[in-house]
Design a protein around this ligand. Structure first.
Ligand code: CAA
Ligand code: NAD
Length: 285
């Protein structure tokens, strides 16, 4: 089956990036949010990113306009009916994801491929909640999607080889570099990155340095593009907290446990850049 039309569930940080890259790569895209306000916000982020690329001379204005013409925002799951591939990028919560797969299963073509952009949930449990477990894969994109080259392609125990090959080829058509991963929580990158970010919070709680100095140390001492607190704010503290809870539950190892400060920041609504304040205050920047 040739993939021509792509559905994206969620137009948050990741969904808007995935929709943008797919539309820029020539696919027709339908992106679904839960309400009009969130859809407008996500589509605004997406348009802003395309405009920035034009300003920087990385994208022709005509190509931006063509990408926008291929994009449809919706709040209706029924609008995903004609999609060949549906990529889910909603909140990191297994019950919510299963609910949305059931709803998509009602409207999607029987041959459509379903993919999840989950960071930490294992895919087999979700595949079995759909009516097409053999046509379900993990496609784990990285933030910011227009910039980061990697996609982790996750194969479940029950996936059809042809479907995994088609999904891998789709990533290449987006200009991404796929790597194949086993269905373990966190795949490759988050298995290594999440304990590092959580340990930075624990180190801060222990007083090893200020936020700024820990960030500076990792940037200048290790050549990382961002220090851990800038990265935590960038990923989203709510998303990091959900990921840590899921990985801790899966592995039962302390290094995956969310530190109390992370939990309290989420409870206080300090979610990082997306809410204007996380470890840093973006209203001041
Ligand atoms: N959309 C499009 N382009 C963007 C962008 C965005 N949101 N953000 C930055 N860019 C582009 C800029 O336009 C710029 O392009 P040019 O060099 O061609 O001008 C380039 O990226 C570099 O940007 P800046 O100069 O503004 O800033 P920078 O050098 O600090 O780079 C960054 C920004 C690419 C985000 C870099 O800081 C970085 O790589 N940070 C680490 C990101 C990372 O680790 N992501 C993974 C997070 S974990 C994850 O995603 C998995 C999970 O499940 C949680
Ligand atoms: P986000 O909070 O920015 O966006 C999630 C969006 O999904 C919200 O706008 C929410 O309204 C929407 N949503 C919730 N239920 C929905 C539904 N039933 N249908 C459509 N939309 C729905 O979160 P995010 O950072 O974009 O993360 C989304 C997924 O991508 C999560 O599974 C996360 O683990 C994963 N992920 C995140 C990152 C990151 O750096 N933030 C990186 C890779 C993967």
């Amino acid at each position: 089956m040739a993939i021509r039309k792509v559905g994206v569930l969620g137009c948050g940080l990741m969904g808007s990036g995935i929709a943008e890259v797919a539309a820029k790569s020539g696919f027709d895209v339908v992106v679904r949010e839960v309400d009009q306000g969130l859809l407008d916000k996500g589509m605004g982020r997406l348009r802003g990113s395309l405009d920035k690329a034009v300003e920087k001379g990385k994208l022709a204005a005509a190509d931006r306009d063509a990408a926008l013409a291929r994009l449809q925002g919706t709040t209706q799951i029924a609008d995903l009916a004609g999609c060949d591939l549906v990529i889910e990028a909603i909140v990191e919560n297994v019950a919510e994801k299963k609910k949305v797969y059931a709803a998509v299963g009602e409207v999607a073509k029987p041959e459509a491929i379903l993919a999840s952009n989950t960071s930490s949930l294992t895919l087999t449990q979700m595949a079995m909640a759909t009516r097409r477990p053999d046509r379900f894969v993990g496609l784990h994109f990285f933030n910011p999607v227009p910039v980061m080259k990697l996609v982790e392609v996750v194969r479940t125990l029950v996936a059809d080889d042809g479907v995994v090959a088609e999904a891998t080829e789709f990533c290449r058509r987006l200009g991404k570099e796929p790597v194949q991963c086993k269905d373990n929580s966190g795949f490759i990158v988050n298995r290594l990155l999440v304990p590092y970010m959580l340990d930075a919070i624990r180190g801060y709680e222990e007083g090893i340095g200020s936020l700024e100095d820990i960030d500076k140390a990792m940037q200048l001492g290790c050549g990382y593009p961002m220090g851990p607190f800038t990265l935590l704010d960038f990923v989203g503290l709510d998303t990091t907290y959900y990921i840590a809870e899921i990985m801790f539950e899966e592995y039962r190892e302390k290094r995956f446990a969310p530190p109390p400060l992370l939990k309290q920041m989420v409870q206080a609504g300090r979610l990082g850049r997306k809410s204007g304040r996380g470890f840093y205050d973006y209203a001041k920047k």
